[in-house]
Ligand binder design. Structure first.
Ligand code: PNW
Length: 472
């Protein structure tokens, strides 16, 4: 039996980074303020029936006006780093062209404030908020022309903030916006095959979108390396999400193969091109001509386009092959869930999954630098049925963080080069199509009382675990 390490800062390698993550549309609000242009999420969330309770991120948790207070809250957790995203349309309201200096100033202030508190900014360029103007004019990620617009936006950010930001993340989870935005249609821009969606093609569009996003990523990395890296001395990478997949029957070689192919189709979809210059063989076999291919020149650009890989991980599933050879994924085996259920129907608690995923990535891609850029769980929003002092008690979240961080530590001891861990999320926020019905925050946001921030029990847990101790 393996000895389980204590979860505290001092158990991790020195210099290991602890932080928390957010995303612009989920927290900023000020959607029509200060010259910001509309993104596809501003439009999507205003379509009736798309978001639970027909809620929007118009105000969200008003981080745009409260960022200074919020960074203090992060500091109070004894955290080292803050991962947030830049809203493309605050900088370029139309996606390209005219710069909105008021938006630029906002990120100047935010980044300066983060640095003043001794916190390291990890900045994501794209957390799903495509400028609506570019979606209208060229179809957003569906068009190869998007590469040029994204490159200009990325260059602007490197130039403006690269002397202060040392960790750039081009994309958050291409997988999620490709699948949910273009296969199931539950996220912006809400495309999928008829009759479920008004427009789209679930068989082809997710792969085209992902292809153009990967190329946009590679171009941004190329720009950073050629024009900025020497003087700015930072690192650039990409954040990919992945579930872990267990074989439904752990003794079946066919199920083992299904689980392997499921991981390949999830995270290999992005990381195989980035490390090897092409999509996984299993995906090419299963998808045929629906999967685009890279030209030799593109492959050369995409290959090696990372200084580190960010991993967002929350949960695990079982995999097996269906009757026509397709990969079937399920949370249940013989009616028993793979882990404890949570309020998110996609999130079951399987702490060992993160260790196995980190090891899988380390082996397949020869030990790259990794950061866990998101991990966490939610509780239901019970503001209408429970006294506030009870809502602030979140033992399930503490247990989740403890058990997952312990498995990250075990992965480090297995030899994975994990350099940091970011908890999702600093604050309760706009959880996409779930609206405000679930709460992922370490801090509670009181939507009924002026958006006051209140500490959940996890705040005290993080503070204790992450305190800096000195050996005398
Ligand atoms: C992340 N999965 O997405 C996003 O990056 C966040 O914006 C979001 O708020 C957070 O998860 C919580 O939902 C995920 O299928 C997408 O395992 C997919 C999965 C997990 C997270």
């Amino acid at each position: 039996i393996e000895e389980l390490p204590t979860v505290q800062r001092s158990s991790f390698p020195s210099g290991f980074v602890f932080g928390s993550s957010t995303a612009a549309y989920q927290i900023e609000g000020a959607a029509r303020e200060a010259g910001k242009g509309a993104s596809i999420w501003d439009i999507f969330s205003h379509q009736p029936g798309k978001i639970l309770g027909n809620k929007t991120g118009d105000i969200a948790v008003d981080h745009y006006h409260r960022y200074a207070e919020d960074i203090w809250l992060l500091k109070d957790l004894n955290m080292d780093a803050y991962r947030f995203s830049i809203s493309w349309t605050r900088i370029f309201p139309n996606g390209v062209g005219v710069v909105n200096w008021e938006g630029v100033k906002y990120y100047d202030n935010l980044i300066d404030h983060v640095l003043e508190l001794g916190i390291d900014p990890y900045v994501t360029l794209y957390h799903w908020d495509m400028p609506q103007a570019l979606d209208n004019s060229i179809g957003g990620w569906l068009s190869p022309d998007i590469i040029d617009s994204f490159s200009k936006y990325a260059r602007f950010c490197f130039e403006r903030w690269g002397s202060k930001v040392k960790h750039w993340i081009t994309f958050n989870e291409i997988h999620t916006f490709a699948i949910s935005g273009y296969m199931t249609g539950v996220m912006a821009p809400g495309r999928c095959s008829a009759p479920v969606c008004v427009a789209g093609n679930s068989d082809t569009e997710p792969y085209i979108v992902a292809h153009h996003a990967l190329l946009s990523h590679a171009h941004a990395v190329d720009i950073y390396r050629k024009e900025f890296k020497d003087t700015q001395q930072g690192m650039i990478g990409i954040t990919t999400d992945s579930m872990w997949f267990e074989p439904l029957d752990s003794n079946s070689s066919s199920d083992k193969q299904a689980a392997q192919e499921a991981v390949e189709a999830y995270i290999g979809w992005y990381l195989d091109p980035i490390f090897y210059g092409h999509y996984p063989a299993s995906m090419r076999r299963n998808l045929g001509s629906n999967l685009p291919t890279f030209t030799a020149e593109e492959a050369a650009l995409v290959k090696g386009s990372q200084d580190f890989v960010g991993i967002n991980h929350y949960t695990s599933m079982y995999a097996t092959f269906g009757i026509s050879g397709e990969i079937v994924k399920t949370y249940y085996k013989d009616g028993v869930p793979i882990g404890d259920p949570t309020p998110s129907d996609w999130l079951f608690v399987v702490p060992f999954g993160i260790r196995k995923l980190l090891n899988w990535v380390s082996e397949r891609y020869h030990n790259p630098i990794l950061y866990v850029t998101e991990n966490g769980r939610a509780e239901f929003n019970k503001e209408d049925s429970m006294p506030i002092e009870d809502q602030l008690k979140d033992p399930e979240r503490i247990r989740y963080y403890h058990d997952y961080m312990q498995n990250v530590l075990l992965a480090v001891r297995d030899g994975c080069d994990v350099r940091g861990y970011f908890a999702w999320s600093l604050l309760d926020n706009f959880e996409w199509s779930e609206g405000y019905t679930v709460r992922f925050g370490i801090y509670y946001v009181d939507y009924k009382n002026g958006l006051a921030r209140l500490p959940k029990s996890s705040v005290f847990w993080f503070r204790q675990v992450l305190r800096k101790t000195f050996n005398l």
